[in-house]
Design a protein around this ligand. Structure first.
Ligand code: SOE
Length: 380
């Protein structure tokens, strides 16, 4: 009999679904030391929480996260609710001795994120932040190639995350589904929501970012607020671009926007090294493009490697070679890795502290956008 791991899920939106799905699927495809149990889902709206519990197979639902945090039968608090709730829930959950998982970004600002790191470290509770794209097999493969030294010295890192869903000036801000446009809830716009992913992946692959120079813009200056019905100033960054230098001397460009007409979620990165280059594109997430200068000169060119073979990261757990997996699996991998880490008593990355490093870069980018100066992110 495996030890049961009772999950208290806070939030039932897009991320509540990805996390619930991950805990449901992980034990079917990975040999885990724990059996995750969907114990309770918590949301303020009782009707919606009840419907979500029934749909996903939670044993019960709650409407007050404090009650879930204090429940003796809950082992894990998984925070999948909007960003303005992350700090209070994580700090209380750590103090109650719970394992804490949190959706990205950690807090709305470095002060919140630092307090969250301090809380889990003081309590000594296992923790992780759901930066899921690291666990796309092709991205994990990129990490392996870089760590094996196949790219040699890295010169350039180029990355974008482009969307187009906020172009209409009639789109309100605030409330369910639209809290990402309300900085009081989200903390920031595309820098914390989208570039946080690019920054997390980039620092995982290429090390610490040592300085940034940013350009940020809010294209639509006022929007009706869903909750008040009033026109209110928009205070999020709609677009954010920055130049960066990594500690290893390589140079980078980062760009995120919700105003790139035609793009839904174009997350790409390209890394150019002395010996080889790699490229990845979320829209074609099972492929890793690879150029190796060591190839025979007449045959040298970009290879498009289909990351679906059993010897590629994670793929031996899925189907047969050639059959691809997708977005949801990145969360399944993180849930599986986390439970294996718990069994082995080994921290699983990204920990809260690693996610704090990303939040420091987000903060430096936002500061630089305002100051128009180069800024140095703090190190976590
Ligand atoms: C925003 O549209 C969003 O859903 C982000 O919040 C997610 O983190 C990203 O993975 C996809 O886009």
């Amino acid at each position: 009999m495996k030890k049961k791991l009772n999950i208290g899920m806070i939030g039932y939106g897009f991320m509540g679904r990805t996390h619930s799905n991950a805990f449901t699927k992980a034990p079917h495809f990975f040999d885990l030391p724990y059996e995750p149990v969907l114990k309770t889902v918590c949301a303020r709206n009782a009707e919606k929480a009840a419907a979500f519990a029934a749909q996903w197979g939670y044993e019960r639902f709650d409407t007050d996260w404090r009650k879930v945090v204090e429940s003796p039968d809950i082992d894990v608090i998984d925070i999948a609710s909007p960003n303005d709730t992350h700090h209070d829930i994580a700090v209380a959950a750590a103090a109650a001795g719970k394992i804490v998982l949190c959706e990205k970004p950690l807090g709305r600002n470095p002060a919140e994120s630092e307090a969250m790191v301090a809380a889990v470290e003081k309590a000594g509770v296992p923790n992780t932040v759901w930066y899921n794209y690291r666990r796309t097999p092709a991205v994990t493969m990129a990490k392996k190639l870089i760590d094996e030294g196949r790219l040699g010295r890295i010169f350039h890192y180029r990355t974008v995350f482009l969307q187009d869903w906020t172009i209409s000036p009639d789109l309100p801000q605030g409330g369910e589904g639209l809290w990402r446009l309300d900085s009081a809830v989200s903390g920031s716009g595309v820098t914390g929501d989208l570039l946080a992913h690019n920054i997390d992946t980039a620092m995982w692959l290429n090390g610490q970012i040592s300085e940034v120079s940013a350009l940020t813009e809010t294209f639509i200056k006022t929007r009706k607020h869903s909750l008040t019905g009033e026109d209110q100033a928009v205070t999020i960054d709609d677009a954010s671009l920055f130049l960066a230098r990594f500690a290893n001397g390589s140079l980078a460009t980062f760009e995120a926007t919700r105003y790139a007409r035609g793009h839904k979620a174009l997350y790409t990165f390209e890394i150019n090294g002395e010996k080889a280059s790699i490229k990845w594109d979320l829209h074609d997430l099972h492929r890793l493009e690879y150029f190796d200068y060591a190839d025979e000169s007449q045959l040298r060119g970009w290879k498009s490697i289909h990351i679906t073979d059993g010897d590629h990261p994670y793929m031996s757990h899925w189907w047969v070679p050639g059959l691809q997996i997708g977005y949801e699996h990145t969360f399944v991998h993180q849930a599986a890795d986390f439970m294996m880490g718990l069994g082995a008593e080994t921290p699983v990355t990204p920990t809260f502290r690693e996610a704090l490093a990303t939040d420091y870069v987000v903060d430096a980018v936002l500061k630089s956008g305002k100051s128009r100066q180069w800024e140095t992110p703090k190190t976590a």
